[in-house]
Write a protein that binds this ligand. Structure first.
Ligand SMILES: Nc1nc2c(c(=O)[nH]1)N[C@H]1C(S)=C(S)[C@@H](COP(=O)(O)O)O[C@H]1N2
Ligand SMILES: [Mo]
Length: 460
């Protein structure tokens, strides 16, 4: 059957997604099986009121008939397609294609984008690739499958040749190192389950809205990471007493606002945090070699910290005798409060989200199971409480074995007998005594939103 690319756009004032019922109906329409038609993948482009889909159809008339509900909601454009990925990227992206001078080979952005869409991620932006996991999709086991793990990139994904790659350790140390992947693999390995959360997760819940990647709540995922404890490599390189901070540099680079030259993605930790934070030089994710977009061949994992600290495509570790002032250290990833106070973003807040039911869901009244995840960078989760329809807080059961740095599943079995819109709220408390607030503390770049998660479901 011939292949088509369908692009649908609508007036933001009449966005079907603003009405969860209508939005879901359109998506269900797209998902239903039909003769003479196969939808190969779709991408909802956040903030642009656009959807792009790849559809195989017996002929264009059949396709137009199928697209009638989309035509009713806005406009529809149908193009003949040769390859899927190319058109999805062009159709779904307002940013001009970027050429990175001087950088090494890159993962083909169109392929990376197509892979993410195929895995069911919601595309935010194709250049560079940024995708979130849908909250409903978080349902599952202790970890997220690799293909569904959210992706957050500042620059294009570098394609590093693992056999030529080296981890260089230098600076204020007595013993400079250059380690191959197999040398790292032959060192004592350690495995840790850790939840990564982007500092901008839930940014769209700040009012007034703040600039930055418009994440909803899906910029969080958990995986089991395997690698070499960072503390061991630091011990081997024998830091000098002058060493104060450890800078981690990724193999990716590009332009940022306000700087003319290209910069790399780089972040530092104090030597103390680097040694004491259980940080890992990870080469495997959920038992597989690290995928390209999650940092192949090696990334840093700093458990409990917001994920900007977990530098991907790690190539260079430098111990320095002063405070690091890189762009991603001092210009971004800083809480800037309206009163002028500035504070670096570091550990994750205590936080919980409802993954089931999903916001706007319609279902019958009666028994209701509410499920979700909760995590904290500071201490284990002590309790999770849920309130339904403005009722009292009820304590949820925490499911499974706790892991030191991974999120905890929780559930509440309850019943709601009235019909209509019901608000469900969840808040978590950790062993450090922190509880989620009603409102997060607004900051200019929209980091660390830890407000109570609230959704509305419709019972009939
Ligand atoms: N080299 C490099 N490392 C990076 C980034 C990046 O753009 N380049 N993004 C950081 C940010 S902000 C986040 S939230 C996490 C995302 O990790 P993931 O894409 O594996 O989910 O990687 C961090 N490490
Ligand atoms: Mo992030």
């Amino acid at each position: 059957m011939p292949l088509f690319v369908v692009r649908h756009g609508h007036d933001p004032a009449n966005c079907p997604a603003a009405d969860p019922g209508a939005g879901a109906e359109l998506l269900n329409h797209l998902g239903a099986r039909r003769d003479g038609l196969r939808v190969h993948g779709e991408a909802v482009v956040r903030g642009q009121h656009a959807m792009v889909a790849i559809v195989e159809a017996t002929d264009e008339d059949r396709l137009q008939e199928f697209l009638a509900p989309f035509a009713a909601a806005g406009d529809v454009e149908v193009l003949a397609a040769s390859t899927c990925a190319g058109v999805i990227v062009r159709g779904g992206c307002v940013a001009p294609r970027v050429r990175v001078n001087g950088a090494g080979p890159l993962i083909e952005p169109e392929q990376a984008c197509q892979d993410a869409i195929d895995a069911g991620l919601v595309l935010h932006r194709a250049h560079p690739l940024n995708c979130q996991t849908e909250l409903g999709g978080l349902i599952g086991g202790v970890v997220m499958p690799n293909a569904r793990f959210y992706v957050r990139n500042h620059f294009h994904i570098p394609r590093l040749d693992a056999s030529a790659w080296r981890l260089v350790v230098r600076g204020h140390i007595r013993r400079p190192l250059s380690l191959t992947l197999s040398e790292l693999r032959s060192m004592r390995s350690h495995t840790v389950v850790a939840t990564l959360e982007c500092a901008g997760n839930g940014r769209t819940r700040f009012l007034p809205l703040t600039a930055g990647e418009q994440w909803r709540l899906g910029a969080v995922s958990t995986a089991e990471w395997t690698g070499v404890p960072l503390a061991e490599v630091l011990e081997r390189c024998r830091p000098r007493t002058s060493a104060r901070e450890v800078v981690f540099r990724g193999g990716d680079s590009g332009h940022v606002p306000g700087r003319r030259e290209q910069i790399r993605y780089e972040r530092s930790l104090s030597l103390e945090d680097a040694v004491d934070s259980d940080a890992l030089l990870a080469y495997a994710m959920n038992g597989e070699p690290l995928p390209a977009h999650h940092g192949h061949p090696l990334r840093l994992i700093v458990p409990g910290w917001f994920a900007m600290a977990s530098v991907k495509w790690l190539a260079d570790i430098e111990l320095i005798d002063r405070e690091f002032e890189g762009h991603f250290q001092t210009e971004t990833y800083v809480y800037e409060y309206p009163d002028g106070a500035r504070e670096p973003v570091s550990r994750q807040n205590v936080r919980s989200v409802i993954t089931e039911p999903t916001a706007g869901e319609r279902r019958g009244r009666g028994p209701l199971t509410i499920r979700g995840v909760a995590w904290s960078g500071e201490a284990p989760i002590r309790k999770v409480e849920v309130s339904a329809g403005g009722g009292p807080w009820i304590e949820a059961s925490l499911i499974g074995e706790p892991t030191r740095h991974g999120w905890r599943w929780w559930e509440v079995l309850t019943r709601i007998d009235h019909v209509g819109a019901v608000t469900l709220r969840v808040r978590a408390t950790d062993d450090a005594g922190r509880t989620q607030p009603e409102n997060a503390r607004w900051n200019r770049m929209g980091y660390g939103n830890d407000a109570i998660h609230e959704i509305v479901v419709h019972l009939r």
